[in-house]
Ligand binder design. Structure first.
Ligand code: ZN
Ligand code: ZN
Length: 281
């Protein structure tokens, strides 16, 4: 299978990352990937508890990595995996202009739109301000906010981790299901289809549910009904990523997740290079 794992973070460029680009590329090679991508955090208005910003200097990023790019679509037998330069945009309505500008001004291969904050709170540090009602209500609002982000950031290629907020809910059984927010999911998927945005399967959520909530691996997999509904509405752009911040997270539980997706008929994973959609065949 030609797989491009495009959503990963690096030390220095993301405040919560530790791996180096050399480590990431070595892991990609060991895993037999067709390509790998970096997409460091760009969350204006957010900061770590120590005050360090969730942004990086895009000019310096381009200087560091642009010349190292290798297009997966041009890869020949025996070549190392492709290498793409992307960005993970932390969307909030207030920073929309900043995000539009950065994508316009710098030649990222792809951009990923992510909702990390809700009601201006970080679910990791301020869960009490987010999970204030039953899960179906919170998840409905969250998925609508992700739909807003996809609609606003039309130029973004990938909609990240729809299930991110299930990682930090106080409930033990916090996995996100289609039934939690059917109308919101339908709205999100329709917007994504209009914009040709890919649906990301984030194996980081699988790992987080296992680690934080004690889910068994098979129970931590993304809800079948969410994926079925996306396909039913006409969606066929899937991506899968490690969202690795540390070297040991590369490919963690990826093979089991791929097997699970295959059982649902999901076998093709797309990527974007120079902002163009690429399919593996
Ligand atoms: Zn993210
Ligand atoms: Zn990420």
């Amino acid at each position: 299978m030609r797989l491009v794992d495009a959503h990963n973070h690096l030390g220095y460029w993301s405040p919560d990352g530790t791996q180096s680009v050399g480590e990431l590329l070595l892991e990609a090679e060991k895993r037999g990937l067709h390509g790998v991508g970096i997409s460091d955090h760009y969350d204006p208005d957010c900061e770590m508890s120590d005050g360090s910003p969730w942004t990086f200097d895009p000019k310096a990023y381009m200087e560091a990595f642009y010349s190292k790019r290798r297009m997966p679509s041009k890869r020949q037998e025996g070549d190392p995996p492709g290498f793409l330069v992307g960005i993970e945009l932390g969307w909030m309505p207030e920073v929309s202009d900043v995000l539009h500008n950065i994508v316009r001004e710098y030649p990222f291969d792809f951009s990923i739109v992510s909702l990390h904050y809700f009601r201006s709170y970080d679910p990791f540090t301020h869960a009490e301000h987010i999970y204030t009602s039953k899960l179906h209500k919170v998840y409905t609002e969250v998925i609508h906010a992700i739909a807003d982000s996809a609609q606003d950031m039309k130029e973004a290629n990938i909609v990240a981790h729809f299930d991110f907020f299930s990682r930090y809910a106080p409930q033990r059984d916090s996995k996100m299901h289609y039934e939690h927010a059917p109308e919101a999911f339908d709205r999100l998927f329709k917007i994504m289809m209009e914009n040709n945005q890919a649906l990301e399967i984030n194996v980081g959520t699988v790992n987080s549910l296992m680690k934080r909530k004690d889910y068994a691996l098979k129970d931590a997999m993304p809800d079948e009904k969410i994926l079925d509904r996306y396909i039913e509405l006409g969606g066929d752009l899937f991506t899968i990523c490690s969202d690795a911040h540390h070297v040991e997270q590369n490919g963690l539980h990826m093979n089991e997740t791929l097997q699970y997706l295959e059982s649902l008929g999901i076998t093709e994973f797309v990527w974007f290079e120079e902002r163009e959609l690429k399919r593996p065949l």
